[in-house]
Design a protein around this ligand. Sequence first.
Ligand SMILES: Nc1ncnc2c1ncn2[C@@H]1O[C@H](COP(=O)(O)OP(=O)(O)OP(=O)(O)O)[C@@H](O)[C@H]1O
Ligand SMILES: [Mg+2]
Length: 226
Amino acid sequence: MSAAYFIAGTDTDVGKTTVAAGLLHAAQLAGLSTLGAKPVASGCEVTPKGLRNSDALALMAQSTVKLPYERINPFAFEPAIAPHLAAREAGVDLSVAGLLGPMREVLAQGADFTLIEGAGGWRVPLSHHANLSDLAIALKLPVILVVGVRLGCISHALLSAEAIARDGLQLAGWVANIVDPRTSRLEENLASLAERLPAPCLGRVPKLKIASAEAVAEHLQIDLLD
Ligand SMILES: Nc1ncnc2c1ncn2[C@@H]1O[C@H](COP(=O)(O)OP(=O)(O)OP(=O)(O)O)[C@@H](O)[C@H]1O
Ligand SMILES: [Mg+2]
């Protein structure tokens, strides 16, 4: 098996990294080599080694293929703002061409299971001219959609799925991440998502006390992926 997926979310903060780390852990438990990358990260800490982003570090921690930090997070910005604005403030030209090389190298490592996490929702801009979805398109990656389950998520999920399909990419699966367990009619909402999303549900992740990769992996089924 050598599979790679783009991890998208219905929004920022819906659990893309949490679920991606869980998926990478589940893959490791299945005996697969793993590699996770976060091509563009805003919201980074200044460290003596350079800017570091917690998403990228979480993905690295669940990667059996070890690469230097800069290879899995080539574009890092300090302020926790939209990437195109962070890049503009930093005077950095954020483009699909600039991301393609590093991400092709990530994919060329040939890990059995590779995940590339986006940022925010599906149509997050990189610049005036491009969106991060253009990277997924250029890499022809199938997409795993993390749905942050709360009131309003059905429309966000269906619009994301429609955009992914219109962009010519396969929705390989989706994950219900129960970010708000008090969502009214939770079961009915989950059933409505399952009826309408054209891909298998890889799992339902409850709101966990500690959302570690190990704990999240218990709720995910990677064997439902093609
Ligand atoms: N199932 C869960 N149970 C408990 N906490 C969770 C769960 N899923 C996510 N969280 C928490 O919610 C916060 C946001 O999750 P996460 O960072 O994975 O979102 P994201 O979609 O990757 O965000 P970003 O858009 O910044 O990349 C984190 O603090 C994470 O620990
Ligand atoms: Mg994240």
